[in-house]
Design a protein around this ligand. Structure first.
Ligand SMILES: [Zn+2]
Length: 409
């Protein structure tokens, strides 16, 4: 094949192939390319530079050609930039110092969107750690080229990463439905760091609402840094506490009673934490049997289910009334975890009622939380929080793109 044809097949803009080598045994193809001419750009500052200091060659892996793994040897120039000194020229096909072309990295990054790094590594014949660094660069390039969404309504959440890394704090943007920032631990200082490092004073003033858990350190930080922000103790976070209360009752009953009831309570955790309306009839039957045996668990479940209805009210007075009636039901029940929950709700009543005063989208915090957890379940290498954040943002963005596409179609 002529070099001209190789140049066309390769399709590197501004470059032509001057030599090729095919190894049939090894199934490899190697192409040597050099520039057709044109201007040189400094990779440091981007300006045009005419003085050349040195010519050298670099090899990168490109997309395969049929069955052949393809390597491109590129002739490159080191330039003498008046501002930066001796620097390599900027070449769009070579986005980093790693031995891969841009479109090869894009292909790996795209594959990582629907499969775990280990599987992509197998597919491309790379180490999993290499795939993760390619994916990270791919995501960084994507993030650099998009407009950062404005933050007016935020969610603050905590996610448990495991015994070693413990908690991270997740700040999310409720308007764009994506995570905005991750920080280690869940202290006041953690959230302070976000407000100080990520936002200008003006941007902090623009925040009007925050959906958070009833967790003092977060409240203190929000009050200090976002003076126009209304704290909303939203349904998702309150119901998490209600679920915990049900679970405490379940465990207490499990240990208190012996024999038959133990067998019945065992393995019912998930069922008890599910909403009744989401359960199939056999599952409902299982729960009904359990409730017939144990009144306390039954009561706890009903209390949790009825608390959920609090957010059907959009008027403060109605919400307060409903909550009072709910607390009334606790009397004589001797359900300690629920009494504690009731006290907590009363202490945070103002923030709960803010739901009526500020319109915040429900379910977003929960969805973002779920996405991050599914990423953590599926993959490794997320000790790097930046990687986890970009991954979760990309996930949110492609999902919305997908939805928008379906709407258009
Ligand atoms: Zn320069």
């Amino acid at each position: 094949m002529r070099n001209n044809d190789w140049s066309r097949i390769l399709g590197w803009r501004g470059y032509r192939v001057y030599r090729s080598e095919i190894d049939e045994q090894a199934k490899t193809l190697k192409l040597w390319v050099r520039r057709k001419g044109g201007e040189f750009f400094c990779c440091g500052c981007g300006r045009t530079v005419s003085e050349i200091a040195e010519v050298y060659e670099r090899e990168v892996r490109d997309l395969p050609c049929f069955d052949y793994r393809t390597t491109v040897a590129v002739e490159l120039y080191r330039l003498r930039c008046p501002d930066c000194g001796v620097k390599t020229e900027k070449v769009p096909q070579l986005p980093s110092k790693a031995p891969f072309s841009k479109r090869f990295e894009d292909a790996v990054g795209e594959a990582c969107e629907s499969a775990a790094a280990r599987r992509v590594a197998k597919q491309f014949g790379l180490a999993a750690s290499t795939v993760r660094s390619i994916d990270l660069r791919y995501l960084e390039r994507w993030a650099a080229n998009r407009r950062k969404p404005v933050l007016t309504q935020m969610g603050v959440d905590e996610i448990h990463l495991g015994k070693k890394q413990k908690f991270i704090t997740v700040v999310s943007n409720l308007d764009s439905a994506e995570p905005a920032w991750f920080g280690r631990e869940r202290k006041k200082e953690t959230l302070d760091e976000f407000f100080q490092g990520e936002l200008t004073a003006r941007q902090r003033m623009r925040i009007t609402a925050a959906c958070v858990d009833m967790w003092e350190p977060y409240r203190l930080s929000l009050e200090q840094w976002a003076p126009n922000c209304r704290i909303v103790y939203d349904k998702f976070h309150v119901m998490q506490h209600a679920n915990q209360a049900v679970d405490e009752v379940r465990r207490a009953e499990f240990f208190r009673k012996g024999g038959a009831i133990r067998g019945l309570v065992k393995g019912k955790r998930w069922l008890l934490l599910s909403r009744w309306m989401n359960l199939s009839s056999p599952k409902r039957q299982e729960l009904t049997e359990l409730f017939a045996m144990n009144r306390k668990i039954f009561k706890a479940y009903l209390l949790k289910e009825s608390l959920d209805r609090l957010w059907t009210y959009r008027y403060e007075g109605a919400m307060v009334n409903y909550l009072h009636r709910w607390i009334e039901q606790l009397r004589w029940q001797r359900l300690k975890p629920f009494q504690k929950l009731a006290e907590m709700l009363v202490r945070h009543l103002d923030g709960i009622l803010n739901y009526c005063r500020t319109k915040v989208p429900l379910g977003i915090v929960e969805a973002i939380n779920g996405n991050i957890k599914s990423l953590l379940r599926r993959g490794r290498g997320y000790q790097n929080l930046r990687y986890l954040l970009l991954k979760a943002q990309r996930m949110a963005a492609t999902r919305t793109e997908f939805v928008a596409f379906r709407k258009a179609a």
